[in-house]
Ligand binder design. Structure first.
Ligand SMILES: [Zn+2]
Ligand SMILES: [Zn+2]
Length: 172
């Protein structure tokens, strides 16, 4: 399972109906991506590591369904997910490449996960947030996409707004 297969799979298997939103904790419940559950049968993956035949990942509190990977063992897959994903500055949940994102102005909004978030511009106040319903309630709306190359704005009026992948800059 490459990162892209994972993302496709994840997208098609974790959509929560709106009625379920209240059952999801408002804030991410862990600060790690780790195996939540796994098979007790093992195999060798293309990465040459051994690991469980199927596994469930917990990504900062968002659980996947059972994943069966061909290419990457769980640890290698987790490394790829960590490398290319970020966390919402408000709720702390994961943002994967391809997801629509919005921007919070850190001078105007208190953001519980600000120190784990990713700024969309260098040394400025715009930090990336997800477009889950709770975060949209704070007034955020999709203005760009998170990609493996960083933040890409939907409108090209401000092409300088990009970010170094994965840098977390904290304003003093
Ligand atoms: Zn591996
Ligand atoms: Zn969020």
């Amino acid at each position: 399972m490459t990162l892209h297969t994972f993302i496709d799979y994840f997208r098609h298997n974790t959509k929560q109906p709106p009625a379920d939103i209240q059952k999801i904790p408002a804030q991410a419940t862990t600060d790690t991506i780790e195996i939540h559950e796994q098979s007790n049968t093992y195999k060798t993956f293309d990465c040459r590591h051994g690991g469980p035949v199927w596994f469930v990942l917990n990504m900062y509190g968002t659980k996947t369904k059972r994943l069966e990977s061909k290419t990457d063992c769980p640890e290698c897959l987790i490394e790829k997910i960590k490398l290319h994903s970020i966390r919402c500055a408000n709720c702390g949940y994961i943002i994967l490449p391809g997801e629509d994102v919005g921007l919070f102005n850190t001078t105007r909004t208190y953001l519980p996960h600000k120190n784990k978030g990713t700024f969309a511009d260098r040394g400025n106040n715009l930090i990336i947030g997800c477009t889950r319903p709770r975060c949209c309630q704070l007034g955020i709306h999709a203005v760009g996409t998170w990609t493996e190359k960083g933040f890409i704005p939907h409108h090209y009026e401000n092409p300088t707004v990009t970010s170094d992948r994965h840098t977390t800059e904290i304003n003093p």
